[in-house]
Write a protein that binds this ligand. Sequence first.
Ligand SMILES: Nc1ncnc2c1ncn2[C@@H]1O[C@H](COP(=O)(O)OP(=O)(O)O)[C@@H](O)[C@H]1O
Ligand SMILES: [Mg+2]
Length: 251
Amino acid sequence: MTADPILETRGLTKEFKGFVAVNNVNLKIQRGTIHALIGPNGAGKTTVFNLLTKFLPPTGGTILYKGEDITRDNPADVARRGIIRSFQISAVFPNLSVLENVRLALQQKLGTSFHFWKSEKSLDTLNDAALAILDRVGLRSFSHTHAGELAYGRKRTLEIATTLAMEPELMLLDEPTAGMGHEDVDRVRDLIQEVAKGRTVLMVEHNMSVVSGICDTITVLQRGAVLAEGPYAEVSANPQVIEAYMGTAHA
Ligand SMILES: Nc1ncnc2c1ncn2[C@@H]1O[C@H](COP(=O)(O)OP(=O)(O)O)[C@@H](O)[C@H]1O
Ligand SMILES: [Mg+2]
């Protein structure tokens, strides 16, 4: 692994009215890796995501993306740089078909003028691109199903598909397998591994079989601070981690 992080935080801190939710966090996400952020509920994982995507301003510290200081960027700036967080399910339009949802995400990415969309040729191109993404995630046979009618696991897969449409360089996934049964978990785990090729993934994940199976590096957060960091074998053998987290996970 090269010492060339795509994303780095230095002393990242977020205080909510005196409560420190993220406390002096130094993260280094290496290019081309799948990096997991784990920790007990309330550890600050989602807040870290909100800081990285600029949904929240930090109260301290800096965020560097490819060596550039992005601490003062707005959400649109970071998206333009290629940092894309998976859309929440609520952002999947239930009354549109699966294909239309992906097409909409592609349109958002392209942001092309109205005239472009009047041409039938460009609409065909868009359809082809959307179908290619649906092929990739295994949802092509559901192209014409309303998103609202998809089973839960497939809805989350559609969320990954619309994220892919944005061509992320760094993809942020917050609990992509939450609430899923074994079969869906395995499918989504394989999908994440597949879509991680050629990009970097940072994911919050509770399922240890997913973390141990596909993540190169694991950062453990506890009460807003980094408790441990390293490959799964190392982190899972750390007594402090076992006490703080793995123990509760086994219970
Ligand atoms: N907007 C907010 N205002 C006040 N406290 C918050 C806010 N967002 C999160 N917190 C608190 O920060 C802590 C970390 O929350 P969160 O980042 O959601 O944890 P995690 O995702 O690891 O479960 C929690 O104690 C939570 O209550
Ligand atoms: Mg969370």
